[in-house]
Design a protein around this ligand. Structure first.
Ligand SMILES: [Fe+2]
Ligand SMILES: [Fe+2]
Length: 307
């Protein structure tokens, strides 16, 4: 058996060092600056849409940014289920592992509360009520119907991707033009996700040390989760367009709608799926688990705009 106690202990220490409170990061009297873009264009893909005015691009960027916060709140529902189950497996077992996994669980619930507070603030300040998906429990149950190994690999993908999101947001001097509240949230989200990504990998190693033959089927399930996530993103995009038409006070023509849908579908899939598959640390972690796992991701990548 692997002895990774020092790694789990190091995750606890780092978690204690970077820990933050929701009230510090997003005080209840925070005001969102709706004169600025919120997320980088690298994550929202609104600037290249030719049929929109500057004001309309700004509104779509803001709607996408709010949906980003909601989708993390939404997706972290399965992480809470996964990590509380992983922690429960260490009951009367390794207390260091259990403590690290319980901290992980608690932090994800905190992240959900942070994103929920943000979307509430957004709804209060934006000119129309945003439409957001509400089937988070159903999606979490569908993801949790897969093996723990598959969900850990998917979670490793998602958590390493949050670092890419922060990096994309602060580079190219774009940060000056963006609302600092969201940049700060992305930074602090990543500070805790960094330990989570290490724990995903350690837990995946733990499973593979006992049952190496389960990797192939876990990679098939990972591919199924990505396909289902793509469907969830499309449904949120439909809701974004409903919110957008209300926000700009006009109905889009058929050609405008198809241009916006194509650009936004590409942006959603790249931001939530493709960018994670291209993250170098994700690929190197998979290679360390098994070269076949990395190979499978490289084969899947082109359908998620990873050319
Ligand atoms: Fe999180
Ligand atoms: Fe996380």
């Amino acid at each position: 058996m692997l002895n990774q106690d020092s790694e789990y202990q190091s995750c606890i220490q780092n978690s204690e060092r970077v820990s933050w409170r929701v009230d510090e990061l997003l005080p209840r009297d925070t005001v969102i600056d709706f004169s600025r873009r919120i997320l980088s264009d690298a994550l929202t893909g609104t600037e290249s849409i030719s049929c929109l005015s500057a004001g309309e691009k700004l509104a779509l960027n803001q709607i996408r940014s709010n949906s980003y916060a909601h989708l993390f709140l939404f997706l972290e529902e399965y992480v809470v289920a996964l990590m509380s189950q992983r922690a429960g497996l260490e009951l009367h077992g390794n207390s260091t592992h259990m403590r690290a996994l319980l901290r992980f669980t608690e932090e994800e619930i905190k992240h959900q509360q942070l994103f929920a507070r943000y979307t509430d603030m957004f709804a209060r300040g934006f000119n129309v009520a945003p439409a957001l998906l509400d089937n988070h429990v159903q999606v979490a149950r569908a993801i949790m119907s897969k093996s723990h190994l598959a969900v850990l690999i998917f979670n490793l993908h998602m958590e390493l991707m949050t670092q890419q999101h922060y990096v994309e947001t602060i580079r190219n001097n774009e940060r000056e033009a963006l609302d600092p509240v969201f940049c700060n949230m992305l930074k602090h989200h990543w500070l805790e996700e960094a330990q989570h990504a290490r724990l995903d990998y350690l837990e995946a190693q733990k499973i593979l040390a006992r049952a190496p033959e389960t990797l192939d089927s876990a990679m098939n399930e990972y591919a199924e989760i990505l396909g289902a996530l793509r469907g969830t993103l499309s449904r949120q995009l439909e809701l974004d367009l409903q919110t957008f038409e209300k926000a700009i006070g006009r109905t889009l023509t058929e050609s405008e709608r198809s241009e916006i849908l194509a650009a936004q579908e590409r942006s959603y899939v790249w931001t939530f799926i493709g960018m994670g598959m291209k993250t170098p640390l994700f690929l190197s972690r998979l290679r360390a688990l098994s070269p076949a796992a990395e190979q499978r991701v490289l084969e899947l990548a082109p359908q998620y705009y990873c050319n």
